[in-house]
Design a protein around this ligand. Structure first.
Ligand SMILES: Cc1cc2nc3c(=O)[nH]c(=O)nc-3n(C[C@H](O)[C@H](O)[C@H](O)COP(=O)(O)OP(=O)(O)OC[C@H]3O[C@@H](n4cnc5c(N)ncnc54)[C@H](O)[C@@H]3O)c2cc1C
Length: 426
């Protein structure tokens, strides 16, 4: 303790409170100087990089991210609704480099050799690691819906990774005629952000109601149930009775094919003409995890749910959407929470130590209008068979809440977004 400066000690206190119930590694351990490579600078990977350096500044942490800037999916629906512009959801890696001393390489990690403990990139780099963390997010099962391939996504955007796809969908909404139908096709579970398609429907309906009031959103769903369903449907009845129609899977909602040339979407053998088609295809772990043989037969990565180390290869940790994290949803908040726990586990393991059992958190806010929000929250713990929800902690917002609660939820949503992105990107 006497070697630790007062400033560093205060930083540690800040970290400990940010981690909440998480058992952060003890200050008394020596520094290891180990090499950690992280693939993916989104919610999971950037958090993990940042917290590794906070826990042990001697670590050599390199983050490989294919994009120069990161556009968040959270709040991208609000951009589609006209509430914010693209700059609001754009973040860069400057502070991660200058403040946290993470080395950021803009490159694409193409292959991993788990025996030699190396990562190879498309630009020809080879990086050696003592521990590797993958947080590559999702990739798509192209052609699971007939005709929906990468070329089709340039006409019928998924916008399920934010950035150019968000811009394309936004442009199409602005250019579509008044009276046109916007089809949204959400996939079956599991997929990134369970409430996301329904928040998107709400935000697009908000835009249409003001600018193209004769248009509507048609949700052709692969499922019969969805996250926060009662709250969404109550709000749609109140705000968008003429602008949103939801068709469940068992009643003809399952989209089986698309024809981008004629802008048709086939569900229940019926061809529906769309002015804008937002097809959200079924998903799997990010390609790099898949190609490294880290996925199971369903396309996701099995991990030890305490340490997030792969159950297939040693010294490789997988966090975020790509991992199978028990009952935790595939969300940015989950990924970030996992990134902190994973950082603490790695630092402890490198020092030959273990930490106590962690807990994780998640809250997902959804905006229905600019001033009306709903949420679901949960705290998670490690059970006998993996991560489970803590009974009585969190839950879906009450159905009969007064309007002031919904108004506050919209305010909290923005506060959550600003806080988590400041924590991750500095
Ligand atoms: C419309 C929408 C709304 C959402 N709203 C919310 C919300 O309100 N709250 C919430 O908590 N979550 C929300 N989510 C979910 C959230 O975006 C994801 O769960 C989260 O981004 C997952 O984090 P991740 O680290 O796994 O992946 P990402 O954040 O997607 O990060 C992955 C990164 O890895 C990079 N990458 C991938 N492969 C490679 C490679 N081989 N080499 C180099 N770089 C690579 C990618 O470029 C990307 O930057 C939303 C999602 C959508 C689609």
């Amino acid at each position: 303790m006497n070697k630790i400066s007062r400033r560093r000690f205060i930083q540690w206190l800040g970290t400990a409170s940010a981690l909440g119930a998480l058992g952060a590694p003890s200050l008394a351990f020596p520094k290891t100087g180990a090499r950690i490579v992280i693939v993916g600078g989104g919610f999971g990977g950037a958090t993990c990089a940042n917290y590794l350096k906070r826990f042990d500044p001697s670590l050599d942490v390199t983050l490989i991210e294919s994009h120069k800037q990161f556009y968040t999916c959270p709040f991208s629906n609000a951009v589609l609704g006209g509430l914010y512009d693209m700059d609001f959801i754009r973040h860069d890696y400057d502070k991660l480099q200058s403040k946290h001393r993470v080395k950021v390489i803009q490159d694409y990690a193409s292959t991993i050799d788990p025996d030699k403990q190396t990562v190879h990139t498309t630009a020809g780099r080879t990086l050696s690691y003592d521990r590797l963390v993958l947080s590559p997010g999702i990739d798509f099962l192209w052609n699971a819906i007939e005709g929906y391939d990468p070329a089709a996504s340039l006409i019928m955007p998924h916008a399920w990774k934010a950035g150019s796809q968000t811009r394309l969908l936004l442009k199409q909404l602005h250019e579509m005629p008044n009276g046109g139908v916007v089809v949204i096709a959400p996939p079956a579970n599991p997929f990134r952000c369970p409430p996301g398609p329904y928040e998107r429907a709400s935000m697009i309906a908000h835009y249409l109601k003001q600018h193209k009031p004769r248009s509507k959103v048609l949700i052709l769903d692969a499922k019969d149930k969805f996250s926060k369903q009662a709250l969404f449907q109550d709000a749609w009845d109140e705000f968008y009775p003429d602008h949103i129609e939801w068709v469940p899977g068992s009643q003809g909602g399952i989209v089986t094919a698309v024809d981008p040339k004629h802008m048709t979407v086939t569900a229940d053998e019926e061809k529906i003409k769309a002015a804008v088609a937002n097809i959200i295809p079924p998903q799997k772990a990010g390609d790099v995890a898949y190609r490294a043989g880290l996925t199971n037969d369903k396309g996701w990565c099995p991990v030890n749910q305490k340490t997030f180390e792969s159950t297939i290869y040693k010294n490789v940790h997988i966090i975020g959407d790509a991992s199978i994290a028990g009952k935790m949803p595939k969300s940015g908040f989950s990924a970030s929470s996992q990134g902190k726990v994973c950082a603490a586990e790695i630092v402890a393991a490198l020092r030959g130590d273990t930490i106590g059992t962690s807990s994780w958190v998640n809250t997902c806010y959804s905006l229905i209008t600019p001033d009306y929000g709903i949420s679901v929250a949960a705290v998670y713990r490690l059970g006998d068979k993996g991560i489970v929800g803590v009974e009585g902690a969190g839950g879906v917002g009450p159905r009969d809440a007064p309007l002031t609660t919904r108004q506050m939820e919209a305010v909290y949503a923005e506060g959550w977004y600003r806080a988590i992105t400041a924590d991750i990107f500095g």
